[in-house]
Design a protein around this ligand. Structure first.
Ligand SMILES: Cc1cc2nc3c(=O)[nH]c(=O)nc-3n(C[C@H](O)[C@H](O)[C@H](O)COP(=O)(O)OP(=O)(O)OC[C@H]3O[C@@H](n4cnc5c(N)ncnc54)[C@H](O)[C@@H]3O)c2cc1C
Length: 494
């Protein structure tokens, strides 16, 4: 199912302001530097490798954060060796590089800053091997997530990561951001599925460890340094993913409950009764569900009387003869025990897709309340209800017009969108400060899955202590002393 997103331009900027972030649309690329780079790369003899900044299409200028920049040039290597040579060439000219995957990132990290060369991985798009014995896929960084999922399914295997942007995002991008998504409850974040990795370091060295075994304690497990590092330490060129058996049955339901304590009770019940079969537990508050189903007419309200929260529950199993009935019984027992709850079970793939369409309409829903500030936070489930109620009240007092609240609740991950009046742009910063500070006070994370990039940089210190940030900076200095790759993303170096 490809995503049909509103264009990045419709998707209101998650930026505080472009100027505050040093994004300068007016700066034209420096032609002399671009010509030097083109000359340095001429030996690669690849006519499609180099695009000048003037000719760069919009897709190299803006990601889903809504930020926009102007690259010095765009490089599109088609092999890991060419990535290495390209990085060595830009390094020799001390040109900073913005690494780009599928450009679905939400924190502005891919937007070229003035003077930066874009390195796009879009031509590294080969699935090199599916090893059915080891249940692994060896894949180049620029393969789209959905293509990897489909290729695995065609061999009876499951590519375990699944996120709303799968039609556009790359496997290299999901590794660089350690993406989460809809099946973290069962399969973990992307990190848990990566067995081997190949990266190009800022000096142009290729470091290859395309390991296929789950167990490998031979010294430091270096791949974990690069997974989730948001392109600040190396360019991911290839990876080995652990695949899973393709489930033979899927059960999907929407459950309506009357308060947050019933959401928590349902999560506990499903975990206990479904065990590892539980793949997704997605909660939608009414402020999100009503906009999607009523105003955007995506899906339709599943119940005559709606509760305060709607929960999308999904399980996957290997035994179609018993799984459907077992799932129905699990939910039936919950409804019998907990008053005023209701559930609809999907009886076809089309119905299950319609349930998911509501949850995955987050981009369209946010666009409907723009301008807005969007948040991706995590906090202990026990603190969630109080936090949501308190923050809704505080946002209301601040002048926020509408909120949308939803999330991958089983992982403690909440998304919050706060719409504010068009004529009060100054509110955005106040909203961001308020939400992130309150999360920091509770010991939560200001970025559950989207990363820090540029837009969340001011808030990193709310979720990481000074010693941790100093260690991150020391690692960056050691691996990338000239700050060539994704400079000033995640943190600034003094
Ligand atoms: C509709 C929608 C739904 C989304 N849902 C989720 C979700 O459920 N869970 C979630 O975690 N995220 C989600 N996201 C955010 C985004 O899709 C993910 O962060 C995704 O992993 C980004 O992949 P990409 O290929 O588009 O990377 P890009 O946006 O191109 O890049 C993201 C970061 O990774 C770096 N990078 C990209 N490729 C490489 C590489 N080969 N080597 C080194 N660095 C690289 C970039 O420099 C940048 O820092 C969603 C986004 C949208 C628009």
């Amino acid at each position: 199912m490809p995503i049909i997103p509103p264009s990045p331009a419709d998707h209101e900027a998650d930026f505080v302001t472009d100027s505050a972030l040093g994004i300068d649309h007016a700066t034209a690329p420096d032609d002399t530097r671009a010509e030097d780079l083109q000359a340095a790369l001429a030996c690669l003899d690849d006519a499609a490798l180099f695009i000048s900044g003037h000719d760069a299409e919009d897709r190299y200028r803006e990601d889903w954060s809504g930020g926009r920049g102007c690259p010095l040039a765009v490089l599109r290597p088609r092999t890991p060796q060419h990535v290495a040579l390209a990085i060595a060439a830009v390094g020799s000219l001390r040109l900073p590089v913005a690494i780009q995957g599928g450009m679905t990132g939400l924190v502005g990290a891919c937007v070229p800053q003035p003077g930066e060369v874009v390195l796009s991985l879009e031509r590294l798009n080969q699935i090199e091997e599916i090893d059915e014995t080891n249940q692994t896929m060896t894949v180049q960084a620029g393969v789209k997530l959905q293509e990897a999922q489909e290729a695995a399914a065609a061999r009876g295997l499951l590519f375990p990561i699944d996120i709303g942007s799968k039609g556009s995002c790359h496997v290299g991008g999901i590794i660089a951001t350690n993406a989460g998504g809809n099946r973290v409850l069962r399969y973990g974040m992307t990190r848990q599925s990566v067995l081997g990795l190949e990266v190009v370091l800022p000096d142009g060295q290729i470091v290859t460890n395309l390991n296929k075994a789950t167990k490998d304690n031979a010294g430091y497990d270096l791949k974990h340094l690069f997974i989730g590092s948001e392109g600040t330490l190396g360019v991911i060129t290839r990876a080995v993913f652990a695949l899973q058996p393709l489930p033979r049955s899927t059960q999907t339901a929407i459950v309506s409950v009357q308060d947050f304590s019933q959401v928590v009770a349902l999560l506990r019940h499903c975990r206990h009764r479904l065990g590892p079969k539980l793949t997704s537990f997605e909660v939608m508050w009414r402020d999100f569900y009503d906009i999607v189903t009523r105003e955007l007419s995506i899906g339709r309200p599943a119940f005559p009387v709606l509760g305060t929260h709607l929960v999308l529950v999904e399980a996957m199993g290997q035994d179609p003869d018993v799984d459907d009935e077992a799932f129905a019984n699990v939910l039936g027992d919950f409804l019998a025990d907990v008053p005023h709850t209701d559930a609809v079970l999907a009886t076809s793939i089309a119905e299950a897709s319609a349930f998911w369409a509501v949850r995955e309409a987050s981009g369209e829903a946010a666009a409907a309340v723009k301008p807005y500030a969007a948040f991706d936070v995590s906090l202990p489930i026990a603190s969630m209800e109080n936090w949501v109620n308190r923050i809704h009240g505080q946002l209301d007092q601040l002048g926020v017009t509408r909120t949308q609240t939803y999330g991958h609740l089983g992982d403690g991950n909440l998304h919050l969108v706060a719409g504010y009046p068009q004529d009060r742009p100054e509110l955005k910063l106040q909203i961001c400060d308020l939400v992130h500070r309150s999360i920091g006070e509770l010991g939560g994370s200001v970025s559950a899955e989207h990363g820090i990039g540029i837009t969340k940089k001011p808030y990193l210190g709310l979720s990481r202590n000074p010693e941790e940030i100093a260690l991150m900076q020391a690692i960056k200095r050691a691996i990338d002393p000239h700050q060539l790759l994704n400079r000033n993303r995640v943190f600034d170096l003094p």
